[in-house]
Ligand binder design. Structure first.
Ligand code: FHN
Length: 429
């Protein structure tokens, strides 16, 4: 993918980032959806491996899968109301079950009592609500006969010997895997994100024939955004073709932004669960609060990244009530304050002790967490701000004098909007 220097929202040039990444870096907030047969045992998406379930043990779930309450339009509306701009849904997870009508396997949703192409319905529903659509695709496959297993003990191949001993079959598996990716990029219209999962140990890069795979993908959909989990070194000065378009930290927010060897900022997206599991887990009520989600999203954007927040629908096809309630509250905050995140990135200012800054062109946003009782000192900005307002309701803020945040009822923050910010304040996205 040719690398062209790209101006950010501020008009300032920044490190070379492919033009097709602009929407991704503007939208900032997406919904991750882990759904499949594992929603029936309801003990997370690794249940088959962790409990060493054989093909026969797992088969009943295939025979009974019938999500009668699956209404993807409701999912899309919930994502949109939460302020999410894109989604990524599992087309196939490690158990090999395909939620789409693949012609390359019988192990698919259209052959279960569901009898539906669940991915096609997801894509149509989310697009109709104006969200971009991504697909998660597991390159690990515990079901495919040519993906080497060890009896009924299921775990990915761990070393070259396993790979060498299974080369012939594995090449057949790669033909299958590449073929399914081609189906997904051919039969479902524009796909905005392809989220592969995952390379490990020496099972990386060309072991997946990743160069051939990505070249095929770019031939079909040149502007598709691809994650970094086919392997390779995205931080390298010369990343491999398959090194992907963004880094994908998981269940953590990087301490700083993510940069390459040259110190240039890289696109990144933190994928985080709402409770403790990706796939539906009936007993997991350890949900993050709306405030935790909001502050996590603000932190991502303040460091130049995105947040992909996961929901795990149940076997009936419903997003858990607790998830919906959290998303709705996050959405109320986003209604008032989303402009401080969409199209924004880091401000080239030291992180203030009371919270975080984000910036978009001449608009600087102060996210004030510690409202304490002391006056807030906008260090280095006093006297340089044209106008300051509370985003939630437009209240004027006079920042020339020490600003007493506690005087305002809002847990929000202010937007310094003005014709010109201090010269030293430039955005690096
Ligand atoms: O093994 C998967 C896991 O089930 C889940 O899909 C996460 C999401 O990023 N990725 C892998 C673990 O890193």
């Amino acid at each position: 993918m040719e690398m062209a220097s790209m101006t950010t929202n501020t008009g300032a040039s920044t490190s070379p980032v492919a033009p097709h990444m602009k929407w991704f870096m503007d939208d900032r907030f997406g919904m991750f959806i882990h759904w499949g047969l594992y929603a029936i045992p309801a003990r997370g998406e690794w249940v088959r491996s962790l409990e060493k379930l054989s093909v026969a043990d797992y088969e009943p779930f295939f025979e009974e899968f019938n999500p009668i309450k699956y209404k993807p339009k409701e999912w899309a509306k919930a994502a949109k109301a939460a302020g999410m701009k894109y989604a990524v849904m599992t087309a196939k997870h490690h158990d090999g079950f395909c939620l789409f009508d693949s012609k390359l396997t019988d192990y698919k949703a259209t052959n279960t009592p569901a009898g539906r192409d669940l991915i096609r319905e997801y894509i149509e529903a989310f697009r109709s609500e104006g969200l971009r659509v991504g697909l998660y695709y597991s390159i690990i496959d515990w079901h495919h006969e040519d993906y080497p297993h060890f009896g009924d003990k299921i775990h990915p191949m761990r070393d070259n010997e396993d790979y060498r001993n299974h080369q012939i079959e594995f090449d057949r598996y790669l033909t299958y895997m590449h073929g399914q990716v081609k189906e997904l990029l051919t039969n479902y219209g524009t796909i905005d994100v392809m989220w592969f999962d995952f390379s490990y140990d020496d099972m990386t890069g060309e072991k997946w024939k990743a160069t051939e795979l990505v070249r095929m993908m770019r031939g079909l959909q040149p502007d598709i955004v691809i994650d970094n989990r086919l392997g390779g070194d995205k931080k390298s000065a010369e990343p491999e073709v398959y090194a992907g378009d963004f880094m994908s930290p998981e269940q953590l927010l990087p301490p700083e932004g993510v940069v390459n060897e040259a110190g240039e900022p890289l696109p990144w997206e933190a994928c985080i669960t709402l409770n403790d599991h990706w796939g539906y887990c009936a007993g997991d009520n350890n949900y993050k609060s709306p405030k935790t989600v909001i502050r996590g999203l603000v932190e991502c954007v303040s460091k130049g990244g995105n947040l992909l927040l996961n929901v795990g629908p149940n076997a009936k096809g419903e997003i858990p009530r607790q998830s919906l309630e959290i998303l709705a509250e996050v959405g109320q905050w986003m209604d008032d304050n989303g402009s401080s995140l969409y199209g924004c990135g880091p401000a080239k200012l030291e992180k203030p002790e009371w919270g975080r800054y984000t910036q978009n062109g001449n608009y600087l946003y102060a996210h004030i967490y510690d409202r304490g009782m002391g006056p807030i000192n906008f260090r280095g900005l006093n006297g340089k701000i044209k106008r300051a307002r509370l985003l939630a309701d437009g209240t004027e803020i006079k920042v020339e004098t020490p600003w007493n945040a506690w005087e305002y009822p809002h847990d929000a923050f202010i937007s310094f909007s003005g014709a010109s910010l201090p010269d030293e304040v430039n955005t690096v996205v």
